[in-house]
Ligand binder design. Structure first.
Ligand code: PLP
Length: 486
């Protein structure tokens, strides 16, 4: 007899109900959440319930007020973010983990898949084969973990200091371009280096790091007290999908004995596209690499991964001071129960103690479609970006702002009837968003405001890519005609 008020079972019935509501949502025939905001505010804004309403009523409220007023991100025409709606198996494996293995530790099948799925990614994305990984909540934390490893190794080797233990009292440098993700700056702040430690290296006309500028800066810094903690290269910048010259940067990093970090949160899976595979040359020189399975792999948000050559560095950087484990301390050969050993000590390699079993989700995503399925997705999305560029080149009122490298195409509407094209394209973008069919973002590329679709979602089809271009042309013509008739 369980006195708890919460339902703890009946999942087969409840999931059927939830599945119907979610399938309905995935028809995307609801208006945007803001259209009905007053209604759902009113329904949901309840005082703290003294008494619960029971699971059936909660399920009903979810189906009526919550799910229909969700996010446009999973919509196949939404290309604004690099995160996307999860595929079905991603959602299901997430749920399976939540129910059957709430922690990644101990010798369960889930714990096994944590390591196996990380190894699969090492192989699939052609990382140095000795690399080992660690899951975290996303690219932000994955970058902190990687740069924490960089800090640890740098201080140990250059100064004989354990920075994880002693803290740091030295001014530091992290070398990155302007296009680097700002989580690099936040990582520098969190790791005690300070955001100012991130120094901007000039880039070429398409945003790739200038290796001459990098080398000049390193020469200047060599005669200063700055400790060079890491050089950060991008394998796919967030705004334009640009890939830095990895081999050249890696060789410079090795020459100066500086940690070489590659941020592939978005772009690492691009290596599967034979047309751009060569741009990843130099990946083998990396000391750390990150990738976000919650981007191109289609995982639900909350899954990033860091890879390093030696996880012992992570352990020294992030371990908690020794505790007396009550569970999982068995080290002899007498392991007969999943609780006899905690398995790989992931919680000592990063920032999280309690953490979900994310590996099972990544395993399921890869197991479902295989490397071939992921390659097809990546190639399709990259081809969509190139197709948009081709259409833009062919149309008198469109202009390619930057040729695509990956699945991002930055383009804009042009006409000599409008003086401020940034303002015009901003207006076109607002109209696109309000129309609620094709929702790209904008990006400022060397001062030019571009319309920026990033094709990443498994639901997005060629039709959506073409519709976006058609709609931009329509809206652009409408806005400029309206002005002429005034
Ligand atoms: C998305 C992204 C990040 C941040 O990842 P989150 O998962 O959003 O925390 C970091 N770097 C790059 C290049 C990205 O595209």
């Amino acid at each position: 007899m369980n006195d708890d008020k919460a339902e703890c079972g009946k999942l087969s019935t409840l999931l059927q109900q939830l599945g119907q509501d979610l399938d309905q949502y995935l028809q995307f025939d609801y208006p945007d959440a803001m259209q009905n905001a007053s209604r759902w505010h009113q329904a949901l804004e309840q005082p703290l319930p003294e008494e619960g309403i029971g699971i059936q009523n909660v399920m009903a409220e979810m189906g009526r007020h919550l799910i229909p007023n969700g996010s446009p991100i999973p919509h196949p025409g939404c290309t604004a973010f690099i995160t996307t709606g999860t595929t079905s198996i991603g959602a299901l494996a997430n749920l399976a983990s939540a129910v059957a293995a709430p922690q990644r530790m101990s010798l369960t099948a889930f714990n096994f898949l944590e390591e196996l799925s990380l190894q699969w990614m090492v192989e699939m994305f052609e990382l140095p084969p000795e690399m080992k990984g660690l899951y975290s909540s996303g690219g932000s934390i994955a970058n902190i973990v990687a740069l924490g490893a960089a800090r640890q190794q740098t201080f140990e080797q250059r100064l004989g200091i354990d920075p994880g233990k002693e803290g740091i009292q030295h001014p530091c440098r992290i070398y990155a371009t302007e296009a680097s993700h700002h989580t690099i700056h936040r990582a520098a702040a969190v790791l005690g280096l300070g955001r100012n430690a991130v120094i901007t290296i000039a880039s070429d006309t398409i945003g790739r790091m200038s290796t001459e500028a990098l080398q000049r800066q390193l020469e200047v810094d060599a005669s200063t007290p700055f400790v060079p903690v890491a050089i950060v290269a991008n394998a796919g910048t967030t705004s334009t999908g640009t890939i830095d010259p990895l081999r050249k940067i890696g060789e410079i990093a090795h020459h100066y004995s500086i940690w070489f970090h590659i941020d592939g949160a978005y772009g690492l899976p691009g290596i599967l596209d034979p047309q751009i595979h060569h741009l990843y040359d130099g990946l083998s020189l990396a000391d750390s690499v990150i990738v976000d399975p919650h981007k191109w792999l289609g995982a639900p948000v909350g899954i990033g991964a860091t890879f390093v050559r030696d996880r012992n560095i992570l352990q020294r950087a992030f371990t908690q001071e020794a505790t007396d484990y009550l569970e999982g301390s068995m080290t002899n050969n007498d392991i007969q129960h999943s609780m006899d050993n905690l398995g790989v000590p992931y919680s000592d390699f990063g920032l999280e103690l309690s953490a979900p079993s994310r590996g099972a989700v990544v395993w399921a995503l890869i197991r479902e479609i295989g490397k071939t399925g992921l390659r097809e997705r990546v190639c399709r999305h990259n081809a969509m970006a190139r197709h948009i560029a081709k259409r833009a080149h062919a149309h008198p009122n469109l202009e390619v702002v930057q040729e695509p490298t990956l699945s991002i195409c930055c383009f804009r509407y042009i006409t000599n009837e409008w003086a401020n094209l940034n303002e015009l394209n901003q207006r076109i973008h607002r109209q696109l968003v309000h129309n609620n069919r094709n929702i790209p973002s904008t990006a400022l590329v060397r001062g030019i405001l571009a319309i920026r679709p990033c094709f990443i979602g498994a639901r997005t089809t060629w039709q959506h890519a073409n519709d976006l271009v058609d709609e931009v042309i329509d809206i652009g013509q409408n806005i400029t005609n309206r002005k002429n008739h005034k």
